[in-house]
Design a protein around this ligand. Structure first.
Ligand SMILES: NC(=O)c1ccc[n+]([C@@H]2O[C@H](COP(=O)([O-])OP(=O)(O)OC[C@H]3O[C@@H](n4cnc5c(N)ncnc54)[C@H](OP(=O)(O)O)[C@@H]3O)[C@@H](O)[C@H]2O)c1
Length: 255
């Protein structure tokens, strides 16, 4: 049986790193994002060249209607869904001090980074538990959070709060779905080279040069992709709820 993965925001950055790794594992892919399909055609073509079925759904994870349409579209397009990777996320449009930052950015980040994946996972988890009736079925859920779930950055508090909430979301689903045989993992990237960090690349180059990361280099989307592929294979089947850093050692307390 072909295994099918939904990677939210899977057409660039970390999500594309994950999609490439899953395509190499033989997964059929469903990707979603805000852009029109025509804008991501090149990426879809590249992934299809690996041999699997690759579908794109235009959906804003923050919108209830879009999430409903996405899940209905998945049910129509595929026989089942084996892996959900909650990757889509945004940073604040502008970093602002905690004493100045406004509510609009807070509301948007909570909607995209927390409420969207929370309720998308609820819908997918219902479907996965139905699929448990099928012999040999195995569902898996991954949340891509951030070291910002733990590390406090007072110039982007809303991002940190959204990721801390998402970390708890991963824990909640891990407990709820353990009895259904669906492991849930939190993958916690550090500083990864993508469009999201392009605007602050110089700052991070400098801080990495000064020793911020024990492993001394930027993370790449493939670093996250390889880990998600291992989780998808079932290599950590008895580790539901695990929080796995992909951060070059950033989170190791040091003296
Ligand atoms: N880069 C890092 O250093 C870093 C570190 C820790 C955690 N993370 C997390 O990793 C995830 C991916 O980040 P990235 O660096 O790869 O970001 P990115 O390069 O900006 O890509 C973000 C992806 O998410 C999609 N997306 C954004 N808002 C969406 C929405 N409302 N609905 C559906 N899709 C949406 C985008 O789709 P479109 O292309 O259609 O806009 C895009 O595919 C995020 O959750 C981020 O918080 C990143």
């Amino acid at each position: 049986m072909k295994r099918v993965a939904l990677v939210t925001g899977g057409t660039r950055g970390i999500g594309l790193g994950v999609a490439r790794a899953l395509a190499a594992e033989g997964f059929d892919l469903a990707l979603c994002g805000r852009r029109e399909e025509g804008e991501v055609a090149g990426v879809l073509e590249e992934l299809r060249a690996k041999g699997g079925d690759v579908r794109y759904f235009r959906a804003d994870v923050a919108s209830r209607d879009d999430r409903d349409r996405l899940v209905a579209g998945l049910r129509a397009a595929f026989d089942g869904l084996h892996l959900l990777v909650n990757n889509a996320g945004i940073a604040p449009a502008a970093r602002a001090d905690l004493l100045e930052a406004g509510e609009e950015s807070f509301d948007r980040l909570i909607a995209v980074n927390l409420k969207g994946p929370y309720f998308l996972t609820q819908a997918v988890a219902r479907w996965m538990t139905e699929q448990n009736q099928k012999p040999g079925y195995r569902g898996t859920i991954v949340f891509v959070t951030s070291v910002s779930a733990e590390a406090a950055s007072p110039n982007r508090g809303e991002y940190c709060v959204s990721k801390a909430g998402l970390a708890m979301t991963a824990r909640l689903f891990a407990v709820r779905l353990a009895g259904d045989g669906i492991p849930v993992y939190e993958v916690r990237p550090g500083i990864v080279r993508t469009d999201m960090t392009a605007g602050v690349a110089e700052t991070y180059d400098k801080r990495i040069g000064e020793g911020l990361l024990p492993q001394g280099r930027w993370g790449e989307p493939e670093d996250v992709g390889r880990l998600v592929a291992a989780l998808a294979r079932g290599d950590a089947a008895y580790s539901t709820g695990a929080v796995i850093p992909v951060d070059g050692g950033f989170s190791i307390p040091r003296l």
